[in-house]
Design a protein around this ligand. Structure first.
Ligand SMILES: NC(=O)C1=CN([C@@H]2O[C@H](COP(=O)(O)OP(=O)(O)OC[C@H]3O[C@@H](n4cnc5c(N)ncnc54)[C@H](O)[C@@H]3O)[C@@H](O)[C@H]2O)C=CC1
Ligand SMILES: [Mg+2]
Ligand SMILES: [Zn+2]
Length: 277
């Protein structure tokens, strides 16, 4: 793995450094990019709800200014995290922004104790919020989610959600529920979303996914039985596609795409793709 981006718990009391400005899954940027001199940003008097020390980019300390809402800054604009991902450029930059978005959103949403309502404080020495009144600790939130490619020989079961870009089909995904194993989650989600049963579930790999705080656990599975019945509202359409006639597919940086490309490569005897990180 590359070393350009290294997350680390930095003390915001440390002087200088660079800062990202984040609000509602968007980052401020200008012609020089997303990193601004932190002391310069301080003088703008933005509505900062949390400041976090994030880590090192190219060896330079990086902090985060989390704003209550996107504000106008002369000479700068706001862009969605998803747009930065789709630009297909710098993976390390996207990993840093994905991390920053998750930490910023979490800090913003845990300013008050969910148990007693008192203002929370940032802990020193670990990335956590702490309630001085009742002692509650809150750590950054992660939601395990499974993602699975269901196959039948040279055919892939792909589906589209009404949220997808026109013509794009993808693998099935869903959040793990309390008390369930990953295997049970995969079987349940496949049954709920397309109504078929699966067998020979095989774990392939994982990917942190900052939309909004998922840890994707990726599988391949073989079709076992049943007719496709798309889940109303969630699944607009689902069908079998031949590996020789695939529809529009998800972004290259997604594990969804990797699960598809990996299977197609194995059927065609091609070099396997690399898992996006
Ligand atoms: N990296 C990748 O290749 C892909 C990642 N994903 C991610 O997988 C995750 C799950 O996929 P979906 O099909 O949307 O899930 P899903 O099939 O479980 O349905 C989403 C719905 O589940 C409910 N839900 C249950 N638990 C939730 C939780 N912990 N957080 C938020 N909503 C929860 C909400 O009502 C939400 O609208 C999402 O975060 C999505 O961004 C999905 C597809 C591809
Ligand atoms: Mg789903
Ligand atoms: Zn409390």
């Amino acid at each position: 793995m590359s070393l350009r981006w290294q997350p680390e718990l930095l003390d915001p009391a440390m002087p200088g450094g660079w800062a990202l400005v984040h609000s509602q899954q968007q980052f401020l940027f200008d012609d020089n990019g997303v990193l601004f001199p932190r002391d310069w940003l301080r003088r703008l008097d933005l509505g900062v709800v949390s400041e976090q020390g994030l880590g090192y980019f190219d060896g330079e300390p990086v902090f985060l200014f989390e704003l209550a809402q996107p504000e106008d800054v002369p000479g700068a604009r706001w862009q969605c995290l998803r747009q930065f991902m789709l630009q297909d450029g710098d993976r390390d930059l996207f990993r840093m922004l994905g991390f920053a978005a998750q930490i910023g959103t979490w800090a913003h949403q845990h300013r008050f104790c969910g148990s007693c309502g008192s203002p929370m404080q940032q802990r020193t020495g670990e990335r956590a919020m702490h309630c001085p009144a009742c002692g509650l600790h809150q750590y950054p939130r992660l939601s395990p989610s499974m993602i699975v490619l269901v196959t039948r020989g040279d055919e892939l079961l792909l589906a589209r959600s009404p949220r997808f870009a026109p013509g794009v089909y993808s693998t099935l995904a869903g959040f793990v529920e309390p008390g369930e194993s990953l295997e049970q989650c995969v079987e349940r989600e496949v049954r709920e979303e397309v109504g078929v049963s699966i067998r020979d579930l095989r774990y392939i790999g994982s990917q942190g996914w900052p939309f909004p705080h998922s840890l994707m656990l990726g599988f391949h599975a073989q079709y076992d039985g049943g007719e496709i019945v798309p889940q109303p509202e969630e699944i607009e359409d689902a069908r079998w596609f031949s590996i020789h006639a695939l529809p529009g597919l998800p972004a290259r940086q997604s594990i969804a795409r990797y699960l598809i490309d990996l299977y197609v490569a194995s059927r065609l005897g091609l070099e396997p793709p690399a898992l996006p990180r």
